[in-house]
Design a protein. Structure first.
Length: 368
């Protein structure tokens, strides 16, 4: 299988993304080839990572002093308590800035590990090895790190780019179908906001991608990362155009928080519901025409993607959903910022709405 290499250049960091299969056996060599040197490393590993691949990682790093922290990855554990545990390990073992944290897991593991790396001694080397489709196609690049709080998702965090990202598609074979759909949500999002050709490609090859068939899955990840690279190189700190990456997320994050980050609704599923909600809102308020709206709805139907918020919420949840939407990082002047499509690949990221406008929308969308 072809190995892809993508160079990402932001104002504060230039780093490589390596994408391929069976890369972990050569992890040490890949690190050296990308000038990642260290005496000690902290491996933050999602407990769900297959032991067979984990053994390859530890064998490849046999010459390095390493400490392993097994992380029970969940939105509930993406918190200050976990951060303190990791900081204490680094401090007790006298880690220095020239040492390294290596995250091996999905987006949650990367968010927490990257956040710790960014604040420990004001910055320690950080290598991200994403193991889920969502993380490989989206979360592992861009430098967003953070944790959740009682007030909402990702409200505490930093912008801190990794030193290297290594995406090994061998990890994907261990994923349950729900996790595959989660990652597919972000790939679909990227196509909708910026690349109509990718949307057509997904429409044609979606079943092959969802089955993780090569070369379709590899190309989908690569194309998705190309889109995100283009955006973050223009706007690293989300002051303007990077906001479009939050398409579906203003609704989606509020849905997750309303359900207290229950396993009944994971992040990717919430994003898919958010994409539908944003599309419904745009169409109902004449921001999107019926032709583009129908293409999106037909796509969700074709691949049987989650789309009905009534399966999760009722009218009694509206106030709680709105309370979380009002805490969104993109809001201004007590108004809710929604990322809305005008059409596929054309997006408006500066639309602000009153709370009452969103309330009326939910009152129509929710049946009971």
């Amino acid at each position: 299988m072809k190995t892809y290499k993508l160079k990402i250049k932001t104002k504060h960091q230039t780093y490589n993304l390596i994408l391929g299969k069976n890369l972990m056996i050569n992890l040490s060599k890949i690190l050296k080839n990308n000038f990642i040197f260290f005496e000690k490393c902290l491996l933050v590993i999602d407990k769900k990572v297959p032991k067979s691949i984990l053994n390859k990682i530890t064998f490849s790093l046999k010459k390095n002093k390493k400490i392993i922290y097994f992380f029970n990855s969940s939105e509930i554990n993406k918190n200050q308590k976990t951060v303190n545990q990791l900081l204490n390990i680094l401090l007790k073992n006298n880690f220095h800035r020239d040492d390294c944290i290596i995250s091996i897991g999905g987006g949650i593991t990367g968010d927490v590990s990257g956040f710790v790396a960014s604040i420990f001694k004001r910055g320690i080397k950080f290598v991200n090895i994403p193991t889920t489709l969502l993380a490989q196609a989206d979360a592992s690049i861009g430098g967003k790190t953070g944790i959740n709080s009682n007030f909402g998702k990702n409200l505490i965090g930093t912008f801190a780019q990794p030193n290297l990202v290594i995406s090994d598609t061998s990890f994907l074979n261990s994923l349950p179908n729900r996790e595959v759909i989660c990652g597919y949500a972000e790939i679909l999002k990227h196509s909708l906001i910026l690349n109509k050709k990718l949307f057509i490609y997904l429409n044609k090859n979606g079943n092959q991608i969802l089955k993780l068939k090569s070369p379709f899955i590899n190309q989908a990840i690569y194309k998705s990362c190309l889109i995100k690279k283009k955006i973050i190189e223009k706007d690293e700190n989300e002051t303007n155009v990077r906001k479009i990456l939050n398409f579906g997320h203003t609704f989606g994050h509020a849905y997750e928080a309303t359900m207290s980050y229950s396993k009944k609704l994971n992040h990717g599923e919430a994003v898919l519901l958010g994409i539908i909600s944003a599309s419904n809102f745009a169409y109902q308020n004449s921001y999107m025409d019926s032709k583009n709206y129908k293409k999106i709805i037909n796509y969700f139907n074709k691949f049987n993607l989650p789309r009905n918020i009534n399966n999760f919420f009722s009218k009694k949840d509206i106030k709680k959903i709105l309370s979380f939407m009002l805490k969104d990082k993109k809001n201004k002047n007590e108004k809710i910022n929604l990322i809305l499509l005008k059409k596929i690949s054309k997006v408006n990221y500066n639309k602000l709405f009153e709370k009452n406008e969103i309330y009326k929308f939910f009152n129509k969308e929710l049946i009971n």
